[in-house]
Structures are given as C-alpha cells and as structure tokens.
Write a protein of this length. Structure first.
Length: 346
C-alpha cells in the first residue's frame, strides 16, 4: 500500500519531495496550497482543489516520440531570473569488463568489443552524475552530452538519453580516436566554441575511454584556454560566474573556486555514483533517433620529423643478484630471511 502510494506520488508530482524514490526520482516536486471550496458543509473536511500538474521540468516536449537529437536545439523554456548555466558533458564508453576479451587482441577486435558491449566508465558516470546534481539544485541548468560512439545505433547514446538531458550528440570514434589526444582536443575545442548557447562548464572523466591515458582533459583545456581542475569529486554552482569544486589532492580534499568557463576532470567516488534512470525514461529513449555529429577539423598538430635511431645500451646493474637454491620450502625460508634482514618489510 505504501509502495503504491509512493509510486503514485512520484508520477503525479504529489508531496514536497519523493523521499522513498529519491535515488530514482531526485527532482523536487511541488504541492500547491490547499484551497477551500465555498459552500462546504460544517463538520466535514473542507474540500480541496486538486493538485496541479508536476513542474515543467518533469515533462519534456516530444519525450514519447521519435526525434533526432543532434540537429535540434534545446526546447526547454526558462522563467527563472537566474542566469542559466550550460553544462557540456563529454562521455566515452569502454568495453564492459565482465565480458572476456577476444582471443586475438588487435585494434579492430578491441573496437568491435567496445561496440558490442559498451559501458560508461566509472569516471564518465561520475561526470554525468555531477551534471545531474547541478540540475537538481537549479532546474534551469541545461545539460548537453557528447558521446564518443561507434555508430549512430550505439546503445550507449540511449543509455545517456534516458537521463532526460537537453541534448545528446555523438561523434565517430573511428574518425577521432582517443589515443590521438592532440587532434581530438583540437576538434572538440573547435566544436565547443561554435555551440549556441556556449557551454559554461565542461565535465569529463579523468580518462576518456579505454584508449586515453588521461592526457585529453589537460590537452582540451589548453586548446580552449580554460582553467582546469583535476580529480574533481563535487561541483556546486555559485552566484555570479563561478563554480566551487571539491577535488582530491593527495591524501586530503580541497575546495577551489573557478571562474566560468572551466574544465573539470572528474574522478569516481562513493558520493558521485551514477543514479539509475526511471523506467519510463528508458522506454522513451528507445524510441529516439540519433545522428553522428561531424567535428570540425581544428588546426593541424605539429608535424614530427624522424631524427634517427640509435642502439640503447643496457643499464648497469648496481645490485647483486642471488639465486635461491633448494626446494620451494627452502627458497621460501631464504626469501623470508632476506626480507627480514634487508631493512624494510611489507
């Protein structure tokens, strides 16, 4: 009975907030003030006006119909006096680690594995969750996502669209691989600077997919000439054109304030674990039609010139090696004695 009542409140926008379903429905809901109907009899509870429809942000135009995501601009209307923050989230899927790798490891087989079993990395999930939390705090926040997809039918785009973002676009990873961070950062910066409205905050994982070594966030921030914060755990919008970030700094955590626009490389943490989308939004995302976005060619990267080759000499050994003799038990005792007498123990 309580579960059904909570589900009905979650669907109809009843109550000040859906506490039972808060992990799956984090948007604050609104209750109108009760209005007494004139002429109500004495001794009876005064009739109340029916509750109004949920907030405008809970219903998106065309959410139940098929539509092309990338060519459209956001159709969300805003009535707030606060300046709207535009958040751009860059996402790159990885190959689901629960599936075994193919027998022959090559670039083509790994790309096929990623296209067949796509999954958001923990860093991508954390970046998307921070964007959703910014929208929870301010309903006027607009979220645009750019996904590194293998094709226009990549299941990862439907998963991202199930979180009811304002816009979901994708670019072809075959044309722009993540291992070439210089070329990809140049193309992404040229694309981001042409967006309307311009993004204020760019969120992305500390590593961009399986092929990135963590160099894309810094390379992209340099191409955009925006300040960069790494290992970000939380993001909070402040009055004016600034954002307060909580980041991991070694063994401690620090809070920094960044002027917008800015780039934040997000790391995973228990506090920014990605929520589960609502089932109705998952079903609506299955009907959406996606298209691949052509990233503009940025300035060409500097050309590399072959200088030559030389045979590297083996480094000189400064520590004497000792071979352990005897059976396994004797070798274990000799190794334990060596570790105990060498100074530092595990």
């Amino acid at each position: 009975m309580n579960t059904e009542r909570g589900n009905r409140a979650c669907r109809q926008g009843m109550g000040t907030q859906c506490q039972r379903h808060r992990p799956c429905c984090p948007y604050p809901l609104r209750r109108t003030s009760p209005v007494t109907v004139p002429g109500a009899g004495k001794g009876r509870a005064a009739a109340q006006q029916p509750l109004t429809a949920p907030d405008e942000r809970n219903i998106r135009p065309g959410i139940l119909g098929s539509r092309a995501i990338c060519p459209q601009t956001s159709r969300r209307t805003h009535h707030s006096r606060i300046e709207t923050m535009n958040v751009l989230v860059l996402l790159a899927g990885i190959a689901d680690p629960k599936w075994p790798l193919p027998a022959s490891l090559a670039a083509t087989t790994l790309d096929t594995q990623r296209a067949t079993y796509p999954l958001l990395s923990p860093f991508d999930e954390a970046a998307l969750e921070l964007a959703l939390k910014l929208r929870d705090a301010d309903a006027s926040v607009q979220i645009r996502a750019l996904v590194a997809a293998s094709s226009a039918q990549d299941p990862l785009m439907r998963h991202v669209a199930s979180f009811r973002l304002d816009q979901v676009c994708a670019f072809d990873t075959a044309r722009w691989p993540a291992w070439n961070s210089a070329a990809l950062a140049s193309a992404l910066s040229s694309w981001a600077q042409k967006l309307t409205p311009a993004p204020d905050l760019l969120l992305m994982g500390r590593e961009f997919g399986d092929q990135d070594d963590g160099s894309l966030p810094s390379t992209l921030a340099q191409a955009l000439a925006w300040p960069l914060s790494t290992l970000v755990l939380e993001a909070t919008a402040e009055s004016g054109s600034s954002v307060r970030l909580l980041r991991q700094q070694g063994a401690v955590q620090e809070r920094v304030r960044k002027d917008l626009p800015a780039v934040a490389a997000v790391t995973n943490h228990a506090r920014n674990r990605l929520r589960h989308p609502l089932l109705k939004n998952v079903m609506a995302a299955k009907k959406m039609v996606f298209e691949l976005t052509d990233l503009p060619d940025g300035p060409p990267p500097p050309a590399l010139r072959w200088a030559g080759t030389a045979l590297a000499s083996a480094p000189a050994r400064t520590t004497a090696c000792r071979m352990l003799d005897g059976d396994a038990a004797a070798q274990a005792r000799a190794l334990a004695t060596l570790l105990l007498t060498s100074g530092e123990t595990a």
